[in-house]
Design a protein. Structure first.
Length: 384
């Protein structure tokens, strides 16, 4: 129908006029934008492990895990991963997006209240939406606001008996900041809530041996109180896929009720086999984690001293806030000319346009210094 395509073209023209147009661009220059935080996606060890796994496996899994897609290697990885993050069990799925969306759709329904940080990832918000649950936003990292909303829900007769779920990232992917996880545990207890934490961007970087942000502050007994934790293989592990850490009964229930698991083709068989090697590399990456923190501090301090507006990050994800969409695109283009791949992140992904500088352990200190110099030269050029 001609009118349909005309409507799409009109909407795309409006997107372009607001400097919000997006297109896929091939990777060029030094990587300052990916989520390959430990550099494992470029690891020869993982490439070799992948090549060794290939001859004994089909190229594809050929079906869902409940039909023909399941392999012993998947359960082996699930068992090893659960041990590593100190969980009873875990479940491997195709992507981190599927993990969040499918999990929330499975454990929530119209008789559920889900209390979500306003800046949670789209996969979390989409899971809430398709579950039909009552969504309650709380202001970003504002746990006083969260608690006031929970107190109100508990006090109202119509909602007091409804299931209550709190969901938060442990490291926010576009802001680089973290919630008070210990207080989240206290609030969960006080209001009898299920707690879902997304460790996607902290796993591999924080916690003992890279186990994740929750291991920075929680005791073993507090970790055990978290009903569901979501991880990804697509960031620090350098592969692809998602994994949900939970109790044994939680895994059993998801296998039987999680539509995104039941009806999705299983991950490639070689992924879970290679992931065992990746997990060992993460565990041994103390030098890489220390270096990543060192260059992160250097870049953050340098940008603040140079007068750039930085979101209050305390991690390796450092957002440089921009006054407009057009200027963020201009900076991104000029940085690429200096040899740095840094992408402009704009609404509706984030409320304020920014350059998301995402550091990884392969970046050298001299490259950080060069990047700081490039930012200042571009600012001078734009100001002229």
């Amino acid at each position: 129908m001609k009118a349909h395509w005309e409507n799409l073209r009109s909407e795309l023209d409006q997107i372009k006029s607001k400097d919000l147009y997006r297109e896929c661009k091939e990777f060029e220059g030094l990587d300052f934008c990916s989520n390959d935080y430990l550099g494992l996606a470029r690891s020869k060890v993982l490439r070799d492990a992948l090549a060794l796994a290939m001859p004994e496996n089909t190229t594809g899994s050929t079906a869902s895990r409940l039909v023909k897609g399941h392999r012993k290697g998947m359960e082996d990885f699930e068992t090893k991963f659960a041990e590593f993050v100190e969980s009873e069990s875990s479940l491997l799925v195709s992507t981190g997006y599927v993990a969040n969306m499918g999990l929330l759709d499975t454990i929530a329904d119209s008789q559920t209240y889900i209390f979500t940080d306003r800046l949670n990832h789209a996969s979390i918000l989409d899971g809430i939406r398709i579950s039909g649950a009552n969504k309650k936003y709380y202001n970003h990292l504002d746990l006083d606001h969260l608690e006031s909303q929970l107190a109100k829900a508990v006090s109202e007769q119509s909602s007091a008996r409804k299931k209550r779920i709190i969901v938060s990232e442990t490291l926010f992917s576009m802001d680089g900041d973290v919630p008070n996880i210990k207080r989240l545990i206290e609030i969960k207890r006080k209001y009898d809530c299920i707690l879902v934490l997304d460790e996607a961007h902290s796993f591999g970087v924080f916690g003992r041996e890279g186990r994740g942000m929750i291991f920075e502050s929680l005791t073993a007994s507090e970790v055990a109180e978290i009903e569901y934790r979501v991880y990804t293989l697509g960031k620090s592990l350098g592969l692809e896929g998602g994994i949900i850490a939970t109790s044994k009964i939680g895994r059993e229930y998801l296998i039987n009720r999680m539509r995104a698991f039941i009806f999705s083709t299983a991950p490639l068989p070689i992924i879970s086999i290679t992931a065992l090697s990746a997990l060992k590399l993460v565990q041994e990456a103390e030098k890489q984690r220390a270096h990543l923190m060192e260059i992160s501090k250097c870049f953050l301090d340098g940008m603040i001293q140079a007068g750039f507006q930085i979101a209050p990050s305390t991690t390796h994800i450092i957002p440089v806030l921009m006054p407009s969409e057009a200027i963020s695109l201009q900076y991104s283009k000029l940085l690429s000319e200096f040899g740095f791949d840094i992408r402009a992140i704009r609404p509706p992904t984030v409320p304020t346009s920014r350059l998301r500088v995402s550091l990884n352990a392969l970046i050298t200190m001299s490259e950080i210094e060069s990047l700081l110099g490039a930012f200042q030269k571009i600012r001078e050029k734009i100001s002229d």
